[in-house]
Design a protein around this ligand. Structure first.
Ligand code: AR6
Length: 180
């Protein structure tokens, strides 16, 4: 990882619904009609118009992403992606699907001119993906994307717990130590 790319990745602890960025990513389900966890928090903070727009989209397959407005959120857009349920498939398939979530979300951000994009730890709550494994997929995929990307300037990983943010921070340090 070169230092230019490293400087475009941030790790923060807190509530993603509070972030004033161009786009926040939602860990949704295939119905796109809301749920618990970060999805519930985003819908509560955005207000009922978000659900209305989501309903008009008609769902989203696992690994794909869809974009809506942010309504009452400080963020301009919400990018909804559907992570894999970890124990419903093989670890290799889950990894491929999680990678697609990050790739498709970042591509949508770029296509919509979003310069700052914030991600929660997709699939790491109710969907049971181990945080250490998911963190590698999230960061490796983001680094690969940023290496050739010019529209998206900054990617922020927003973690709810101190433990999760330490996992992300430690992995970035590991990459810094082993990069040329
Ligand atoms: N800000 C940042 N991170 C959060 C927030 C928040 N406000 N709230 C929770 N997290 P989860 P999943 C963290 O369960 O595993 C929903 O019902 C949380 O600690 O929200 O992809 C959907 O409708 C965890 O690390 O998403 C789906 O049915 C991470 O966000 C299902 O859950 C993701 O946890 C998706 O499950």
């Amino acid at each position: 990882m070169n230092t230019e790319v490293r400087d475009r990745i941030d790790i923060r602890r807190g509530d993603i619904t509070r972030l004033t960025v161009d786009a926040i990513v939602n860990a949704a389900n295939t119905s796109l009609l809301g749920g618990g966890g970060v999805d519930g928090a985003i819908h509560r903070a955005a207000g009922p118009q978000l659900l209305e727009e989501c309903r008009s989209i008609g769902g989203c397959p696992t690994g794909e992403a869809r974009i809506t407005g942010g309504y009452n959120l400080p963020a301009r857009f919400v990018i909804h992606t559907v992570g894999p349920v970890y124990h419903r498939t093989t670890p290799a398939k889950a990894e491929g699907l999680l990678m697609s979530c990050y790739e498709n979300s970042l591509a949508l951000a770029s296509q919509n001119g979003a310069e700052e994009v914030a991600f929660p730890a997709i699939s790491c709550g109710i969907y049971g993906y181990p945080i250490e494994k998911a963190c590698r997929v999230a960061i490796d995929t983001t680094i690969r994307f940023l290496e050739t990307e010019t529209v998206v300037k900054k990617v922020i990983f927003v973690l709810f717990s101190e433990g999760d943010s330490k996992v992300y921070a430690d992995y970035l340090v590991h990459l810094e130590n082993f990069s040329d």
